[in-house]
Design a protein around this ligand. Structure first.
Ligand code: FE2
Length: 436
């Protein structure tokens, strides 16, 4: 491609996450080929960014597509606890069929792409002799390839050892093409059984050359220490960088001196950590009176040690969580509040926790729009990261492989003359986009 040539796409006049300079981004054959001021090439498609923020796509490192959008079936979760959620799901699960699950997953993925999510790691419950959800989500993964990357985790919701069918079904799910080995050691009958489940699942993943992502220590028990076993097995099997610990809420309640030692082990194991702020703040602390614990894992402390921490969404409108909107900026907003990441650096970390960091955990090659990277990005109706977190603005463009999947316009507001005069007086441009 020559300098003055014609390329697939040029997005003009955008700001990037790490700098105030306004640049153009040129794309050819699905990849970014140039980033710079007033690029000379022309695009077969030209988009004007108007000085707005062009970000890496959002990635959701922890989700459950099989239960999403089932809210109220068979009834609402009255206690608000994880355990009532598991019981409700246990009632609903046998009534579901492949087409129903696939239809909900498609509906959710459509919402997710509109919000700029281009990759989701979804746990899929294998505690079902028919593996209905596995079959449904494998079909949807194939169907949506090229639009959104779905990475599936074989998740034994009722316990790998506790449910007598789980072990065989989990292996069958992997044989069918599920990508990642899951687990839920804190839900086994005893702590010792949890450790045993983790060891077996890690062995299985090592033998098959697969990555691991376990729900781990999702409770408020300072003695719940399954992640210690997960990290130790990771080092022992040489699986550094290929294992994720999800939730790890018990870390919130642990003794500081033990937590210090544990986090060093997690860094040594190069564990990825996924906190799920919306869910953790909702489900944890339910057995407390006051003060009531937040329950989210120690995000800033883990980041300081070099651990890759991402924020996941976990649930949208299901037995565990009645809300959710497929907006990873809601997740980052909650996460930075709960973790008190309100410094400039902290807010940038919260943004990275829903973009670059989950991409690294999933190892999918998604990243910032730099030369050579896939042309996957999102244009937000704001000028910087703080406004993105503050306003959760409209996704004006969602681009995948240089193809515009979504184009939206800024929201237009009609105002009565008196209010329009006020708007003119305060200066709409200086307003920071509050009406958007
Ligand atoms: Fe989960």
């Amino acid at each position: 491609m020559s300098h003055g040539g014609v390329v697939q796409l040029v997005v003009r006049d955008v700001r990037l996450v790490d700098g105030p300079a306004r640049v153009d981004v040129a794309v050819e054959a699905g990849r970014v080929v140039a980033v710079g001021h007033a690029l000379p090439m022309r695009g077969r498609l030209e988009e004007n960014g108007g000085g707005r923020l062009l970000s890496a796509p959002f990635v959701d490192a922890h989700f459950h597509l099989d239960s999403a959008l089932t809210l109220g079936r068979p009834r609402m979760n009255r206690s608000g606890t994880l355990l009532e959620g598991i019981a409700l799901w246990g009632e609903l699960k046998p009534t579901l069929d492949i087409e129903e699950i696939a239809a909900r997953a498609r509906r959710y993925c459509h919402q997710a792409v509109q919000k700029g999510i281009l990759a989701i790691r979804s746990h899929v419950d294998v505690c079902d002799p028919r593996l209905t959800a596995v079959r449904a989500l494998l079909a949807v993964r194939a169907e949506l390839r090229g639009l959104i990357d779905l990475q599936l985790v074989a998740f034994p919701q009722d316990g790998y050892l506790r449910d007598p069918g789980a072990a065989a079904q989990l292996e069958e799910a992997l044989d069918l093409g599920v990508d990642v080995v899951g687990g839920i050691p804190h839900f086994e009958r005893t702590a010792a059984a949890g450790a045993e489940a983790t060891r077996r699942l890690m062995r299985l993943a090592a033998d098959r050359g697969l990555r691991v992502d376990m729900h781990c220590d999702e409770n408020d028990d300072p003695q719940s220490r399954q992640v210690e076993v997960l990290a130790e097995e990771t080092v022992r099997l040489g699986m550094q960088g290929r294992v994720t610990g999800s939730h790890l809420t018990s870390l919130h309640s642990m003794d500081n001196s033990y937590a210090d030692k544990l986090m060093s082990l997690m860094a040594e194991a190069q564990l990825h950590v996924v906190a799920n702020p919306l869910i953790n703040i909702t489900l944890q602390g339910r057995y407390d009176s006051y003060p009531r614990r937040r329950g989210m894992t120690r995000v800033p402390e883990l980041l300081t040690r070099g651990v890759n921490v991402a924020f996941g969404q976990d649930c949208v409108m299901d037995p565990w969580y009645a809300l959710g909107s497929a907006d990873m900026l809601d997740v980052a907003h909650m996460g930075l509040h709960v973790a008190q990441m309100t410094s400039l650096e902290g807010m940038h970390e919260a943004f990275a926790a829903v973009t670059l960091r989950p991409a690294r955990a999933l190892d999918l090659g998604l990243g910032a729009p730099v030369v050579g990277a896939p042309a996957d990005f999102v244009l937000l109706d704001c000028e910087g990261v703080i406004d993105a977190l503050r306003l959760r603005p409209t996704r004006l463009l969602v681009v995948r492989g240089g193809e515009v999947l979504v184009r939206a316009r800024p929201i237009e507001v009609e105002e009565a003359p008196a209010l329009a005069r006020l708007a003119a007086a305060v200066g709409r441009a200086a307003d920071g986009g509050g009406a958007r």
